[in-house]
Design a protein around this ligand. Sequence first.
Ligand SMILES: O=C(O)CCC(=O)C(=O)O
Ligand SMILES: [Fe+2]
Length: 337
Amino acid sequence: MAQTSLLSTGSRFSTLPENYIRPESERPRLSEVVPLKVPLIDLDSSKDREEIIRQIGHACRDFGLFQVTNHGISTESTQKMFAIAREFFHLPVEEKMRYYSDDPSKKMRLSTSFNVKKEKVHNWRDYLRLHCYPLEEFVNDWPTTPQSFKDVVSNYCREVRELGFKLLGAISESLGLQRDYIERVLGEQGQHMAMNYYPPCPQPDLTYGLPAHTDPNAITILLQDHHVAGLQVLKEGKWTAVDPHPNSLVINIGDQIQALSNGRYKSVWHRAIVNSNKERISVASFLCPENDAVIAPAKKLTSEESPAIYRNFTYDEYYKKFWSRNLDDEHCLELFK
Ligand SMILES: O=C(O)CCC(=O)C(=O)O
Ligand SMILES: [Fe+2]
């Protein structure tokens, strides 16, 4: 029965079940991972905006991700999010199963791994996926336990959205485009959330929380517990570990910014690894183009010498393709050249 596949059952595993074990050639090789100095960008609004934009441009080009501080989301708000996520995943399994579904088209669902019906090997993760914009349309279907779930998460979603738009403006300008260029192209953006829960894993070197992937959307704002690292990114062909900075958020460049920027900015390959003694929680907020948005390399960023790398496509077309594949297949954008 698919429903028995949740990992957050309250009991601890002593060995890794067979269907989570990666073949030798696909394992994370944790001993070879080196630390990465991720750009840390202070968004304090009293700082020189030109300088912030320069730093963002540099990070998007060379890393595809960066951490931000003074991002406008209060510590109280982020702490409440961690607390609510922890409480949710610690609910009795029967209670949580009310929300369970394997169907990626559902707008609110608890699930496990990535795409359980499609994949051969599972990932050591449970996740709650929510559509968050417009809030009024979705909030009624969200979990009713813990009691403050809807309030805490709605509030965080509003704050994240505001930060996301600020960042998209700065990213636009860093490309030499008008501040509102990206926002205009992406249209009335959707917002999704994945609350990720990675329980302690008996054999972290044989599996993943999430295997290598790029995010299919525009940008992702990731809140992670700075006491429990787990995010790794591919830099110059090597897997490197992101050291979470306290009170910071991680910003990932997704596939749509890579397409819009005609490949100047790279959507970053990243993965989540697990560990044997501590649960790990992360909350990813995805800003996504509206379904009908037509994504194409910005005219200003194409020329005779650097013609458009990608064809035009709608986000709807892209997203369907993304979910029809395995998470760690080749870069989905390769299919849109
Ligand atoms: O948990 C993490 O650090 C990464 C999560 C992530 O990449 C995702 O949800 O897309
Ligand atoms: Fe991701």
